[in-house]
Design a protein around this ligand. Structure first.
Ligand code: PLP
Length: 484
């Protein structure tokens, strides 16, 4: 037995002694062990509860407990291992031990949401990431705020299913300044916008939801996991939303809600025009479906500009979701949804039963961060860098890509859609690029049925331009080879 400070676990014993625990006797202990031993329920080698535990739990004197165990030693049922405790002996070979086959818990078969991507190698150049490079993120300032809130009295035992109230107030003020009327009481803080989608999906009475095709795939998987019928409305980032086509699909399938990403849609990078947003509001009224707006990209517009989201035009029935994760620190996992007083109770009830609440400490740290003005300062400092990286990416694409390849020019957000000729086998391309140290994602299952686009998501914000450019060279080279 190697020396270790970790004690072995001990078995649970059922000691039948109704009434006061103080009446447990030496005989009770012996009887309890014998009963379970003889029925084969104490696995050989398992440790009996330590003497001091019996003393603590039942008030049994240590001498009495020792005496009970020594009696069991004498009966050949347990063995005393010095300093480790009393252990159950193997049963004399009487009959074959039958192993009990437990029924497995029933899970959703082939659950799509648990099929995670293999972890990217650290040295790979990620060409399709949605993350922003760590050198652009305000780590030292976040650490300061976390350290500060750890010292704040009163936070340790406090949580609120709706989210830390001072944080909600600051979020509401921020939205207000951007032309989205908001009040703290209509905001629910979530563990990233992914949890906002989860809450909304669970709370929705309608079981048919529409979304763009392609759409944010993990959102699609989530709705499918929630047994919803998910309808895809084809979105071509080069030509926009085919609103007539959408109307036909909506008419045919009658979704109860439409989940859409209005700024820098993932994966296409598409942003809706104001005219399209207005048309969607009309469609929503005509066909009576709710709008769930995912505004993940609004803080990543070039020159730190801002465009009004659907919520600003459509009013408080538009459910608005946003997140700090990508722009601040992916591991902070903080997002929120803005609803209205009518539906808040349902959403809050769902969040409460699912998680009780998010981490108050993290919420308070973000609150501190916003309060000190760090978030806006960070965005102001980061956006020019992202703008420069975006420009560099476009210039490199122009210089490197062969004829027939085209790409979107979203002007912000972390993604560009790169469309390649159909005769390039995307999976083969991904494999070949990976062999040379770069990674691309083809995101086939972010589409509905056969993809109507043929390309990949590019994320220019993950690596500084020099490194990203090396990846683009590999990609362009492999596309050219595939076209030969
Ligand atoms: C469009 C969109 N919405 C929501 C999410 C979920 O993000 P998070 O939970 O990190 O806020 C993502 C993640 O990439 C996304 O791309």
């Amino acid at each position: 037995m190697p020396h270790t400070s970790i004690r072995e676990p001990y078995v649970r014993l059922r000691i039948d002694k109704p009434g006061s625990a103080a009446t447990v006797t030496r005989g009770d202990i012996i009887q309890a062990v014998m009963r379970e031993y003889s029925s084969g329920q104490l696995p050989p080698g398992s440790r009996l509860p330590p003497v001091r535990v019996l003393h603590h739990q039942f008030g049994l004197s240590k001498n009495t407990a020792h005496a009970a165990y020594e009696e069991l030693v004498a009966r050949g049922v347990v063995k005393n291992h010095k300093r480790r405790g009393y252990f159950v002996q193997r049963q004399p070979a009487r009959r074959q031990q039958t192993s009990i086959v437990q029924p497995a818990p029933l899970l959703v078969p082939d659950c799509p949401a648990v099929a995670s991507r293999p972890r990217a190698r650290r040295d790979l150049i990620e060409l399709s990431s949605v993350f922003i490079a760590r050198e652009l993120l305000p780590l030292p300032r976040i650490s300061e705020c976390i350290r500060r809130v750890l010292k704040k009295p009163g936070l340790q035992y406090m949580y609120d299913a709706q989210g830390y109230e001072p944080l909600r107030r600051l979020i509401a003020q921020r939205l207000d300044r951007r032309g989205i009327p908001a009040q703290a009481r209509d905001i629910v803080v979530t563990t990233g916008s992914q949890q906002a989608l989860d809450i909304v999906g669970r709370a929705l009475r309608a079981r048919c939801i529409a979304t763009e095709d392609p759409t944010y795939g993990i959102g699609k998987q989530l709705f499918e996991l929630q047994h919803m019928q998910v309808i895809g409305l084809p979105l071509n980032p080069f030509t926009g939303a085919d609103l007539d086509g959408w109307r036909h699909r909506i008419e045919a399938s009658k979704p109860g809600a439409f989940y859409l990403t209005t700024n820098f849609q993932n994966p296409t990078g598409y942003s809706y025009s104001t005219a399209e947003l207005m048309a969607l509001l009309r469609l929503s009224r005509e066909y009576r479906f709710g709008l769930i707006e995912d505004d993940w990209g609004s803080d990543m517009l070039s020159y730190s500009e801002f465009r009004p989201p659907l919520r600003a035009f459509g009013g408080e029935e538009v459910l608005y979701i946003n997140s700090f994760t990508k722009k601040l620190l992916p591991s902070l996992r903080l997002g929120y949804l803005l609803c209205n007083s009518r539906i808040l109770p349902s959403l809050l009830a769902v969040k409460r039963v699912c998680t009780l609440a998010s981490s108050t400490l993290i919420e308070a740290a973000l609150c501190e961060f916003l309060e000190r003005g760090y978030f806006d300062a960070h965005l102001r400092a980061m956006q020019p860098q992202l703008d420069a990286w975006y420009q560099s990416c476009l210039a490199r694409l122009q210089a490197l890509m062969p004829e027939g390849v085209r790409w979107t020019t979203p002007g912000g957000g972390p993604n560009i859609w790169l469309e390649v000729p159909r005769r390039v086998d995307l999976q083969r391309l991904a494999d070949r690029v990976a062999l040379r140290g770069a990674a691309i994602q083809t995101l086939r299952d972010w589409f509905f049925g056969t993809p109507h686009l043929h390309g990949i998501r590019l994320g220019y914000a993950q690596h500084p331009p020099e490194r990203f450019s090396v990846g683009l060279e590999i990609l362009a080279d492999e596309i050219r080879r595939a076209l030969r």
